[in-house]
Design a protein around this ligand. Structure first.
Ligand code: FAD
Length: 515
């Protein structure tokens, strides 16, 4: 399809415009829209596209108030649409106010800066120029006065009022306000350092800093690792009682409690062997067995998968022994086809090798979902492969790409979620071949998993009790997070690597609930 031929795909959180939808997206919409008019042959546009994609990830929580779109003007079918918006050069960025009139040509964003932060600030500036047509989903962005704050709880029933104290030139307060716009039970307002009454009442000395104000008049300072947008937004989105709109936590009635899936108490910050063994059982005995005979690329994928398991799976000795026996059996086979039945027999230890077992059945622990259709198997597949990349780092002479290639081939040939498989293959094609070391392999998988988390945050498939976050969160690994000199969030990759090596290390895997 035309959309796929351009620089963006539907998973980029960017609305891909074409003549059939352009008018309905841009005119009379309840949200503002910022459009990139580009030509896929233009080098500047290609160079700019990663910025547009990261901006889209960065402001995805703002969608109900302002959305990002793109249109490929090089596409013959789109040409007249681009001309009708008066676009001459590429890329051109245009802001369409909410409720723009039909025929409006939008307002061009200034030439520079063309980085994520500069663009985000320009978008906020333009949002503030809405007058009577203020987008209904957009909270107030102007600074709050002491009088407004003092009277706030007389008219509002939310539990928290978060106040971001800052200087007039700072955008943090408005960014956090927009980051929280889809969350219920909290209101965010910015307060300027010049608002003396409030500044002295709360004894505020740092700008920016964030305070929580409660209906009983009490207040506390929000404690964060670094005083910056990402840390405020993350902490506020997770306050008890604050929920993403439309994502109410299910209330567990007695009926529910009987059927609820979550039965095994577990520590959310640990990895469980029961999940890893369940991943092996399900992938080898259920997912692969869906094919009655395995041949060609699928057979190669199976051999690759079992070979990395035999090398790196840090399992109980009896499981390791079984995996090694299946691996040697597969490696010795030269026939072009393998029957699933023969594989199953080997997994059930048909050769009666002493002390070799692959436990039967699944037992989710760290991967338990609050309902049967949440988490479980896909969670265990990610966990398994993170563990394998970390084990490979600790194995002298390991091949940097072997684990990732096995995962890629497994997902491509067997993973039941076919759209997951095509997304993953797309990411692998993009840059998996840039991985040259074992450490970058572990980091590559971590960052791709975060890409998936970003795409799925808020989706229907998300277990509301396990929201998709950019992982590890600041409370799991404070030192993994930093801010650049310009205040933008950045991952401290060396710390992330240390954290991955610790979190997924074989010594830390908990053995609870094993048979
Ligand atoms: P998961 O995302 O499964 O994560 C499991 C655990 O890993 C988390 O609990 C956390 O402890 C840890 N973790 C989280 N993020 C990271 C990270 N960045 N690095 C290291 N560890 C981390 N679902 C779709 O709807 N669409 C898709 O396109 C899609 N693609 C997928 C591709 C693959 C290869 C896999 C294995 C799964 C895919 N899924 C997809 C499923 C989805 O990613 C989740 O696995 C599923 O929704 C269950 O989510 P979860 O909350 O259990 O956490």
């Amino acid at each position: 399809p035309a959309a796929e031929a351009g620089l963006y795909s539907p998973t980029d959180q960017i609305v891909i415009l074409n003549p059939a939808i352009a008018d309905s997206v841009l005119f009379n919409s309840s949200s503002a829209v910022v459009v990139e008019f580009y030509a896929s042959w233009c080098g500047h546009c290609v160079a700019f596209s990663p910025t547009w994609k990261s901006l889209a990830r960065d402001v995805k929580e703002w969608k109900p108030a302002v959305d990002l779109a793109a249109i490929d003007c090089a596409e013959e079918a789109n040409r007249m649409t681009c001309i009708s918006f008066g676009v001459r050069g590429f890329p051109t960025l245009k802001f369409f106010h909410a409720y723009s009139k039909s025929g409006s040509k939008g307002e061009q964003l200034k030439g520079s800066p063309r980085d994520v932060k500069g663009l985000r600030h320009q978008i906020i500036d333009m949002m503030e120029t809405h007058e009577e047509s203020w987008p209904p989903a957009c909270p107030p962005l102007e600074p709050a006065s002491k009088a407004e704050i003092d009277n706030f709880f007389e008219t509002s029933s939310v539990e928290y009022l978060a106040l971001v104290f800052e200087r007039a030139s700072s955008y943090v307060g408005r960014e956090v306000t927009l980051d929280l716009l889809q969350y219920e039970n909290i209101t965010v307002r910015r307060v300027l350092n010049t608002e003396d009454g409030l500044v002295s009442k709360l004894c505020v000395t740092n700008f920016p800093s964030c305070y929580l104000y409660y209906s009983n008049g009490n207040f506390t300072r929000l404690s964060v690792h670094i005083e910056a947008r990402t840390f405020y937004s993350y902490a506020l989105q997770r306050l008890p009682g604050v929920v993403r709109a439309g994502k109410q936590l299910p209330i567990l009635t007695d009926d529910h409690k009987n059927t609820t899936q979550q039965q095994r108490p577990f520590n959310r910050s640990r990895v469980y062997m029961a999940d890893l063994e369940s991943a092996l059982h399900y992938s080898l005995r259920v997912e692969i067995a869906a094919l009655p005979t395995i041949s060609g690329a699928a057979l190669t994928a199976l051999k690759q998968y079992v070979s990395v398991l035999a090398k790196y799976f840090p399992g109980r000795p009896l499981v390791q022994k079984l995996l090694r026996s299946v691996d040697s059996w597969l490696a010795e086979r030269e026939e072009p086809e393998l029957s699933s039945r023969a594989l199953q027999d080997m997994l059930d230890n048909a050769n009666k090798i002493p002390d070799a077992v692959l436990p039967d059945g699944v037992r989710w622990v760290g991967c338990q979902g609050t309902q049967a259709h949440f988490r479980g198997y896909p969670c265990s597949v990610w966990t398994l492969f993170h563990v394998l990349t970390v084990q490979a780092i600790k194995t002298p002479g390991a091949d940097p790409l072997q684990v990732l290639e096995a995962l890629r081939a497994y997902v491509h040939n067997f993973f039941g979620c076919r759209s997951c498989a095509s997304h993953f293959e797309f990411m692998a094609q993009e840059n998996m071949d840039h991985v040259k070391t074992l450490s970058t392999a572990a980091l590559w998988l971590w960052s791709r998993h975060n890409r998936v988390n970003n795409r799925l945050a808020g989706a229907l498939s998300e277990d509301p009790h396990f929201p998709k976050v950019q992982w590890p969160s600041p409370d799991l690994c404070p030192s993994c997070h930093g801010v650049k000199r310009n205040g933008e969030h950045t991952w401290v990759q060396d710390e992330v690597l240390l954290f991955l090596k610790e979190h997924f290390s074989s010594e830390r895997i908990l053995q609870d609930y094993l048979e």
